[in-house]
Design a protein around this ligand. Sequence first.
Ligand SMILES: [Zn+2]
Length: 310
Amino acid sequence: MPEIANWMAQVAKDHPDVVTIMDYGQTYEKKTISLLKIGLNTGKKKKAIWMDCGIHAREWIAPAFCQYFVWQILEEYKSAPKMQEMLKNMDIYVTPVLNIDGYVYSWRDNSTRLWRKNRSPGPSGCNCTGVDLNRNFNANWGSIGVSSNCSSDIYCGTQPASEPETHAVTYFVGTRKEDFLCFLTIHSYSQLLLVPYGNPNFTASNYDELMKVGLAAAAVIKSVHGMNYTVGTSPDVLYANSGSSRDWARLQGIPLAYTFELRDKGKFGFQLPEDQIKPTCEEAYAGALFIVTYAHDKTFSGAVCSDPCC
Ligand SMILES: [Zn+2]
């Protein structure tokens, strides 16, 4: 975590024209939650893209991916007119590690390596720790695929957004929700692109679009290293759940909300070998960029039109 924090400071220092660090909350253990805002200051109101990594502590490939994503965006920005145009029209907000307390705990030793939740204490009188932050958002909270037992790995907390980490995202995104075109939350593992909603009783109004864009992104991912990613709602391709940040984002009106479940499909699981970090990031970057570009072009199509009649 200190390395990632230092890296964030260095990126902002090296790219003052395009990168800003923003602090937007605190964890239970009072660690500052920060994001990198990537975009050009045009003086105009801009649209926005959200990406968070590391909401689940043990999914170590996710924070690695957020760093790769930022690095690659900045590389493309140097020479690609398309990226320069996108950073004029949109700000990309990237949180490399959302669940900092849990992430640090998962690095402590082998006995904590597979920790998932945050590190807040359970209800008084209970000897348990941690809430599953991806069951704690105000989206059909507590309805399905959760536990009310605080020792469970999918404990949803005492009420929606009871946790400071959930509150930080809810406040930051919720107060700018009309700006956000896209909300991407990065997990591992299973090689999936999940669309809203986790509760099978609800269907997103733009389900067809979410699936079309998701399937196209999966095809782009496959073209990089041949890996298969499955696209669908949680209940269709994984399991039903409630209180996820993706579902919350969609309920806020953010049209393109996706959960990425990165490599692998279970051979190594959360303990993905080092030699798979780079290829995993390369293919997921291509998929994420596809979705971000789609979101951009749908809103700013006039800006990229080469037809003399438009
Ligand atoms: Zn996860």
